[in-house]
Design a protein around this ligand. Sequence first.
Ligand code: ADP
Length: 595
Amino acid sequence: MKSFWKTIQNTILGRDIPLEERLSARMIISSSFASFLGMIVCLFAHTHIIAVILTAILAFGLPIFYSICIYYGKRKLLINTLVVGIIIGMPFIFLYGGGIRSGMSLWLVYEILYFALSLTGTIQVVSVVAAVILSVGSFAVAIFTPYHYVLQSNHDILVSILGSTLIVSAMVLYMTNFQKKLYNSEYAIVENQKRELDEYASRVERANRSQKIFLANMSHEVRSPMNVVLGFNRLICESNDVKEIHEFARSIESAGESLLVIINDILDYSKIEAGKMDLFPSEYDLDELAFMCHSGTDILMKQKGLTFEWYIDPTIPKTLYGDNLRIRQCVTNLLTNALKYTHKGLVQMRFMNNGITEENGIKFVSLSIIVADTGIGISEDQKKELFTRFQRLDESTNRAIEGTGLGLALTKSIVDMMGGSIDVESFLGRGSRFTINLRQRVVKMESMKRNVEEVQEGAAEKKSSAAAGLKILVVDDNNTNLVLMNHILKQMEATPVTASSGLETLERVRSEKYDIIFMDHMMPDMDGVETFRRMKKMEHLNMETPVIMLTANAMSGAAEEYAQEGFAGYLSKPVRPEAIEKELERIQASHATKS
Ligand code: ADP
């Protein structure tokens, strides 16, 4: 029974039911209601009992018959029986309801209107034509023959005409209104679909455009520094003035750094897209992380005349566990943007403690890393596109500012990978505030003892070279790289020795003792890993010497693979003196703890 009512209810109210069925459901309900009212009029107008019985059959029989047919899926039978029943029944109702001297003529018109509005196709034409012929026939019978029921009193005629006029008018109003509503709702659906299609098309169009702009940008962003590198290099080759050469070299260095940032961003993004980006969490001190972020952009902020403030909430536990390099990359991205899009005023970096929680005996701190600026700001509309790949906002005003549109998309992907979130608050012309929310495992609960100034002093006090006095073997098949490493190591007060192949390396380690070996990976004939494996198998003077992999392979997981192979450390090219310094310090510290 429940499913019976559900089927009926669905057919009458369901939005996914075909239009025609919804229409006929409404029409049948309205017709049975109209027949019921017609029956009352017949009773009050004292018509022949046959008219009362026929209207009663329509009033009660229609919904019952309709429900049964719908439940058993006999829609065609329903429509055909209904049409035939009405066509045959109506002349009798007309003749026994009072004929032309009553309101019955209106019901004949209503019948034709009903067929015209509720049916479609052949059955509509056939039923309308049949109804018209039978109506005319009924009128003829009523006029030319005495064999029909005539209402006796004026009162009955008036009741019949008045009642019929009111009911038929109400039904016509209902039918036309329902048609209008149906039309409007269908029109709204079509409009909606059209809007969705338009939106989709413009999204595709925007994506295509931003892809094109991205490629144009990228070409510009890569070619400009390359132009600087090649141009200044030529000038260096032609110049004899040492001061001038220094200036040119500094320009080359800064162009190279910009290029490296772009290459790293593209590689990172490709890694994320390919699902190959991994996080490498380790223990780290938050104050040191903050200091590194600060020192990376501090000079540039000063050069641009911006005030750069930073703050670390002293209640944040000192040592945390997470991928500090990736966190640093995200914060540096935000700081670089603040620097680029702020022309005057202030940039702030704040590390805040949002509370410490405990799960299964492990403590976690909720960190908020806030980077705020008083720069050009971002409009409400633009915020929606902010973290979209390749999307640079307002190309017309930003064109003069370097950028690829990858930075924020990358930052968001990394923050998402770390289970965090990134938010932005910004007002056009007044500035922006980016907040990274992250949960990090607490390693040591003690609060940071060192305050911000101490971190700065500590860093400044660090002695400059961990390489001083060391004899270092550098292995690389590329002569330019050897020359470069030779210079860097000499500047770090070390004594570099070079080897340009695996075989030469094997000879050198037999005849000479070194404090450190830097080994390139990709070399013809015998690569770095193979050379290292052979070194482990043979007798030589450097069995205890730490071997550091120095390679252009910066793919995720590379460091771990080399560590598994037995390398003491890993550095990726292009290598900077600070990175060498850090790696040497790390290795020396781990040797000191072992011995
Ligand atoms: P880009 O390399 O263009 O800086 P990002 O992905 O880092 O790429 O940023 C996307 C866009 O967001 C930028 O082009 C810029 O329009 C806007 N934007 C990012 N940070 C800021 C900021 N601090 N102030 C104003 N606009 C910003």
